[in-house]
Write a protein that binds this ligand. Structure first.
Ligand SMILES: NC(=O)c1ccc[n+]([C@@H]2O[C@H](COP(=O)([O-])OP(=O)(O)OC[C@H]3O[C@@H](n4cnc5c(N)ncnc54)[C@H](O)[C@@H]3O)[C@@H](O)[C@H]2O)c1
Ligand SMILES: O=C(O)C(=O)C[C@@H](O)[C@H](O)[C@H](O)COP(=O)(O)O
Ligand SMILES: [Zn+2]
Length: 377
């Protein structure tokens, strides 16, 4: 299957089980994951990865597939109804049937879009993800959440649609700008805080190494971090694919994080916003008497040690609140947050008092002053 003998495989259980393979130079395993009977394959990749996208397309063609490529915009600009419609047009014009497949190559924005397109074309065709960012390897490509944004907010349209397999080629990380790579460490650390403290220990022991994409890509530390993060996600989504309860813990830091992304019109990387969102959630839990000072300090210290932000401008409270009301965990008018009662002890905080929310915002606010009184929810 793969030439990399040190590659690790994490199995994601559920109605449609699949493998997540983590290692180096794994393209040889792609036909096996596509499975039998596939004739046409559409490789969806962002502009920034045009050369790699073409290489994957040529490799598939050399294996006898009728292989096409669809180039989509970089990053969040790909997650729109217009770009999805462009992909549907390519599939339609090439007569893609239910026995054909999509391969995504790119970061989380690309895997979210490609997964959404695969789940909606003919009501669902196979998709294999080839994530090329740390964030997509540990999170977006695994678990079957797909989505696009609308003018009203982040990921408001999407599906739950497990892929047929995921190949995480760590060598891809070497070309990543440090800023984009480090954003992925936020989701790694999220897995540490919600479920696997060993992840926090590894990062705390070698923050400079794990924050450097070139040094980290071949290191045992990163291999273990990716494997552990994928294992956390696999355990959760294997039990609760459609987020009826347990899966909400993977949303730690996302209520406030998604709000920042929307308010900043997606100029912030998702992981950077989630980093601030986790500090907000930790402060909220502390103010609600759920989490101790030391655990909050640990959030700030480990996130800062790898170069992630822990603060956000203090003059955006009303916009942030409006965005948080559209969070998928909200029920009616009830805002709901994933909070911790300790490391690896996630719980929920439902309908917190507005003064508590404003106070948590004040703890992460930078520059302009945070509100001194609560804004009505
Ligand atoms: N579905 C899920 O469960 C899930 C989980 C987490 C995040 N997400 C989504 O993932 C997205 C964020 O993903 P991301 O952080 O990977 O960002 P991204 O997909 O926006 O990619 C960031 C940038 O890196 C470039 N890039 C990708 N791979 C590269 C490489 N190997 N070398 C150089 N440049 C490369 C991309 O073209 C892009 O410009 C958000 O939309 C977020 O909502 C989804
Ligand atoms: O897989 C999940 O479930 C997550 O919540 C993982 C998150 O890291 C990810 O950003 C997800 O896309 C957020 O989903 P949403 O339902 O809040 O849009
Ligand atoms: Zn996320």
């Amino acid at each position: 299957m793969t030439a990399d003998e040190s590659a690790r495989t994490v199995r994601v259980e559920g109605d449609q089980p699949y493998d997540v393979v983590i290692g180096h130079h794994l393209l040889g395993a792609l036909p096996g994951l596509l499975g039998d009977g596939v004739r046409r394959v559409l490789v969806i990749h962002p502009t920034a990865l045009a050369a790699s996208g073409e290489a994957v397309r040529e490799d598939l063609a050399a294996h006898g597939y009728e292989a096409l490529a669809a180039e989509v915009p970089d990053a969040e600009a790909a997650k729109t109804a217009q770009v999805a419609a462009f992909c549907w047009q390519v599939l339609g014009q090439a007569d893609f049937t239910r026995s054909d497949a999509i391969v995504s190559l790119g970061g989380g924005a690309t895997t979210d879009l490609a997964g959404f397109v695969a789940s909606t074309w003919l009501r669902g065709i196979r998709v294999v993800h080839l994530p090329t960012t740390l964030l997509a390897m540990v999170d977006a490509a695994v678990g079957g959440k797909t989505g696009i944004n609308t003018a009203e907010g982040k990921n408001l349209v999407g599906t739950f649609f497990p892929p047929a397999g995921v190949l995480c080629d760590l060598a891809a990380l070497e070309t990543m700008p440090r800023f984009d790579y480090v954003a992925g460490l936020a989701e790694v650390l999220k897995c540490g805080f919600i479920a696997d403290p060993r992840i926090l220990d590894i990062v705390e022991a070698a923050p400079d190494l794990v924050a450097d994409p070139v040094r980290a890509a071949g290191s045992p530390e990163l291999l273990e971090l990716v494997e552990r993060s994928v294992a956390v996600k696999a355990r959760v989504v294997g039990e609760d694919l459609k987020e009826s309860n347990l899966r909400e813990i993977l949303n730690y830091g996302h209520t406030f994080g998604h709000a920042i992304e929307q308010v900043e019109r997606y100029s912030w990387r998702h992981g950077a916003a989630v980093s601030v969102g986790m500090v907000f959630a930790a402060e909220l839990a502390r103010l609600a008497g759920r989490l101790g000072d030391d655990d909050v300090a640990r959030h700030r210290a480990v996130l800062t040690s790898v170069g992630l932000p822990v603060g956000y401008r203090g003059d955006r409270w009303e916009q942030l609140l409006a965005a948080m009301r559209r969070d998928k965990k909200t029920r009616g008018d009830l805002l709901r947050f994933v909070v911790l009662e300790g490391v690896a002890r996630p719980s929920r905080l439902e309908g917190p008092d507005p003064t508590l929310l404003a106070a948590a915002y004040a703890e992460v606010a930078e520059g302009a002053p945070a509100p001194t009184r609560a804004v009505a929810l």
